[in-house]
Design a binder for this molecule. Sequence first.
Ligand code: RIB
Ligand code: CA
Length: 310
Amino acid sequence: MEREKIILDCDPGHDDAVAIMLAGKSPKIELLGVTVVAGNQTLEKTQINALNVVQCLGLDVPVYAGCGQPMIREKMTAGDIHGETGLDGPVFEPLTKELEKEHAVSFIIRTLMESDGDITMVTTGPMTNLGMAIRMEPRIVPKIKRIVLMGGAYTNGNVTPAAEFNIIADADAAYVCFTAGRPITMIGLDVTRKALCYPSIVDRMDKIGNKASKLFVDLMRHFCKSQKEVFGWEGGPLHDPITIAWLIDPSVVETKPMHAEIDIRSVQSYGRTNCDFFGYQKLEPNADVGIGIDADKFWDMVEEVLRMYD
Ligand code: RIB
Ligand code: CA
């Protein structure tokens, strides 16, 4: 079976950690590397979190540190959800895995340039690393098979009424990626808010009883608590792993082709993914935007992959 080659660019982040879990073990995915960006927390913290998750899961995957600042705007983080460390909850063994010496942006450029155009870029944090790579070496653009991102929304945002965190945290980088002309799958809040990790889901995964399920439980107990405190929700939307789930089985998410533009000009709507759901503007669609999810199939997939760990 042909495995989907991906680079996962992330800002761990509780839900990023579950995306690493799925990408690292699914037989349908070949995880070439994890690249890290500032987002949920500072780069100094997200890079450590990525190393801890990869080490804890026993994955033989290189981790590269990337950009610690957005391309232009001031940095923003999400400690209210992910905690002071960016991955509050789990207690990890002493960290021995080290970052690769190469910068994440250089790794992305080198790997794409050496490829046959068969690598999918998955981003589950601000799109700074990919945006910078495209600007530094435009020749990588035709080499990107597809960009699959967790980000945006054609309905309401979660930082402002208009904007979702991964986009508003570096809207300029998102603009570069959305105008690059490569196929895009946008897994936005419209879909991820339908995959709420309720305590019953946590209990279900706890029954697996291996290292991955323990990490999942330790992560989600914190994630659900913070979602309740911030949004009053019983369960937290598990945003990022839905990108990987879509790659494993595209039937898990229903998408609709739309013309999607990143608003980098306005004030109130800065960072919005303006998705033309009804095609009013008669513009060529540039993104397949998630509009529905089979949540049961998603949670079955999460359980199936978690069971593959020792
Ligand atoms: O808005 C949700 C997204 O922002 C998720 O990727 C979460 O991890 C944060 O990066
Ligand atoms: Ca993320």
